[in-house]
Ligand binder design. Structure first.
Ligand SMILES: [Zn+2]
Length: 442
């Protein structure tokens, strides 16, 4: 029988498929035609049945689905390290907001380009973002070759970015129109948080999400001080407000959910709302620990996110997976509380559901070719008993040697094929002076 033709064959020592059986293939290969995975299997079978224009042999490696970052603010790379060791509200009001109110489109684009390059090089192929000037974040995502759900953030009006609610709705709709036909980019409605908006605005923004059929994302119940502030302002807890205003829905995505009661977890589950877990940001800001195992036991879909680079301070999803696994074990004094497989599911399949991308998160035929490879030929990844263990507990983003999104090779062995990281890095250095000036003029 004549072999089939495909565009690309990727070879690796192991494939963590993330298919229904969570199958691990030893000495495997993936055939890619255009943007789609045509076949996955043993190298010998793939080579017998497929001929490719191009072959990428990753050598001693683990191939796995591209990681999905369910919560980030990608332009915040420019604020990495500008203010650390502060509680959430002080960090936001005294540092982030004064800097951010002076952001220009050019700076947001620069930060986004830096963040996208960082993520591509550390194995992330899709992100759920929220920030200002998301039209240029979309430009950076598009140029890098990744996937994203973009959300133009808004605060109580008037804000430095929008005088009126209508201004915000118009911008959100324009963003939607701009990317309506884009295959890799979708948009969402993105109020910042319950305590930085007001419930009527939230309800109005949900109407917009319904009309445009968009996901609706918000930071919610991130810390105890946030709950206190929300109680003082509105007489209710953050999740309670969302429930009472009918904002817990299937299209709702909640970030953090650290300070939540069992009853609130029940409401979130009952409504089909999904959550994103951001363990490193929660730890760094001293926000606390999300009762993640309760959410998972209740059947809530939970993605995993880094949050912005100013509260993490990197965008490395391998680092985040390791923390997610360790944190629940230590918190609950139970090493079985958060198995490696559950964490990898969060960063792949659950993330795909969270972003609303139905054709990514697993390596199987018919899915989009969103594939990354870990170089296992490193001291800290030897010997190999169980590749999944290394991916969660031993590897880091710096071990990624290949990133493919929609069948395009974006990154290989330190080389970027879609962006010029030298220019991006040089420009990013210049942002320091600007940010410090903003803080001086507070
Ligand atoms: Zn956030």
């Amino acid at each position: 029988m004549q072999p089939n033709k495909c565009d690309l064959i990727i070879k690796g020592s192991y494939i963590l498929t993330q298919n229904e059986e969570r199958e691990l293939i030893k000495d495997g290969a993936i055939a890619v035609s255009g943007k789609i995975i045509s076949a996955v299997g043993k190298l010998s079978d793939i080579e017998q049945n497929w001929i490719a224009d191009k072959t990428v042999d990753c050598g001693k490696s683990v191939l796995m689905p591209g990681l999905i970052n369910s919560h980030t603010h990608v332009p915040m790379t420019l604020m990495r390290g500008v203010a650390d060791d502060l509680p959430l509200l002080e960090w936001l009001h005294n540092y982030m907001f004064p800097i951010e109110s002076g952001l220009t489109k050019d700076l947001v684009e620069l930060g986004a380009r830096l963040g996208c390059a960082e993520m591509v090089a550390s194995g992330t192929t899709a992100i759920f973002d929220g920030y200002m000037y998301e039209d240029v974040v979309g430009k950076a995502v598009d140029e890098t070759g990744m996937k994203a759900v973009l959300g133009e953030g808004f605060f109580k009006f008037p804000s430095p970015f929008f005088k009126t609610a209508q201004d915000a709705w118009d911008t959100i709709e324009a963003l939607h129109d701009q990317f309506a036909e884009h295959e890799r980019i979708k948009t969402s409605v993105t109020p910042h948080a319950v305590f930085t908006t007001d419930p009527d605005q939230l309800a109005e923004s949900m109407e917009l999400a319904e009309r445009l059929d968009l996901l609706w994302q918000i930071h919610a119940a991130e810390s105890v001080p946030e709950t206190k502030l929300t109680l003082e302002t509105f007489g209710k807890r953050p999740i309670e407000i969302l429930k009472d205003y009918g904002l817990l829905r299937e299209r709702t995505r909640l970030h953090h959910c650290v300070d939540v009661t069992d009853e609130e977890i029940g409401w979130i589950k009952g409504s089909g709302t999904m959550i994103a877990h951001n363990p490193q940001s929660n730890l760094k800001l001293g926000s606390g620990i999300c009762p993640l195992t309760k959410f998972i036991a209740a059947g809530v879909n939970a993605g995993l996110g880094t949050d912005g680079a100013a509260s993490n301070n990197n965008l490395d999803m391998f680092d985040e997976m390791r923390t997610a696994a360790m944190l629940q074990k230590g918190f609950l004094r139970d090493p079985e509380a958060m198995p490696a497989q559950t964490v990898l599911d969060m960063a792949t399949l659950c993330g795909a559901d969270f972003l609303g991308f139905k054709d990514t998160g697993a390596i199987k035929s018919g899915m989009k070719a969103d594939i990354v490879a870990i170089n296992m030929d490193k001291m800290h990844l030897k010997p190999v008993y169980n590749p999944l263990s290394h991916v969660i507990y031993s590897a880091g983003g710096q071990d990624v040697c290949l990133t493919v999104c929609d069948g395009e090779v974006l990154y290989r062995d330190g080389e970027f094929f879609s962006v010029d990281v030298e220019i991006i890095s040089r420009e990013a250095e210049k942002a320091v002076e600007w940010a410090l000036k903003r803080l001086e003029s507070r």
